[in-house]
Design a protein. Structure first.
Length: 281
């Protein structure tokens, strides 16, 4: 008999199922799916963000290089041509404006010269006209403060003739005209201010003789109830009368000081000394 077989009493090791490694790997892969998905999403997101930022930086650098190259190369040709045409056009317009302005300025200067010349001519004509007016009045005298109604009618020749008789001047003179000038004053309006009487003589020498004789007569003669002082003067234009009127205050002051002051045509004050010498004040 064969001896009996010995049995192995050791505990049997557990048997590993087939495909163990593959199943374990699959199990590990399938465990915690949420965490794996989140990690993958974060990783892809970070990669996309990094790629976008890198792309933007690259685009900015490209644009900057293009801008730098454009600026270094200058504006384009069409813009330079346009700018040149505009500058030429502006220069032409400016030139035309300057020419027009110079033309206006020249015309204004010529007009100003003409106006100045016309003013000078007008002033000279005014002086000549005033001189002619005063020359036409050289043979006239004016008698002031002779009361209204002293004469008979509008003609005062007989009244002046009677005055000249008082001066012993009768047949030596010829009176052309004698009349009052100005509007007749209304009753109650300054009755003590009668209108002056203008007397015209034929010759200047006769006028001077009568003027001096009447001046001597009027020094001691008054007339009318107010005993107004009569006086006689030469006949002058309005312009000369204004100039002489402006000198009256100074003339009165010199006369009050005892000086023999008088006015010389047109309106110059002179002083006559006792020895007959005439001088300026």
């Amino acid at each position: 008999m064969s001896p009996p077989k010995k049995t192995d009493k050791r505990p049997a090791s557990p048997t590993k199922p087939q495909g163990n490694a593959r199943h374990v790997k699959a199990a590990k892969t399938l465990s915690f799916p949420d965490e794996v998905n989140m990690q993958s999403q974060n990783t892809s997101g970070s990669r996309s963000q990094d790629g976008g930022a890198h792309g933007d930086a690259s685009l900015n650098e490209t644009l900057q290089r293009q801008h730098d190259s454009t600026m270094s190369a200058g504006p384009p040709q069409w813009f330079q041509e346009f700018e040149t045409r505009q500058e030429v056009r502006f220069a032409n317009v400016l030139k035309e404006c300057r020419e027009v302005f110079e033309g206006f300025k020249l015309e204004m200067d010529n007009m100003q010269d003409e106006i100045t010349m016309l003013k000078q001519k007008l002033e000279l004509a005014d002086v000549k006209l005033d001189d002619l007016e005063n020359r036409s009045r050289r043979n006239n005298i004016v008698i002031f403060n002779l009361p209204e109604g002293t004469e008979q009618g509008p003609d005062c020749c007989s009244l002046i003739g009677n005055m000249l008789k008082d001066c012993n001047i009768v047949d030596q003179v010829s009176i052309q005209r004698a009349h009052r000038t100005g509007k007749l004053k209304q009753p109650g309006s300054r009755p003590n201010k009668p209108r002056p009487i203008h007397v015209g003589f034929t010759f200047f020498q006769e006028k001077e003789k009568c003027r001096k004789a009447l001046a001597d007569l009027f020094k001691s003669k008054t007339i009318g109830p107010s005993e107004a002082k009569l006086f006689v003067a030469n006949d002058y234009s309005q312009k000369v009368q204004q100039l002489r009127r402006a000198k009256l205050q100074e003339l009165r002051r010199l006369r009050n000081e005892g000086k023999n002051a008088f006015l010389v045509y047109p309106a110059t004050i002179k002083i006559r000394e006792a020895n007959g010498v005439v001088r300026d004040p």
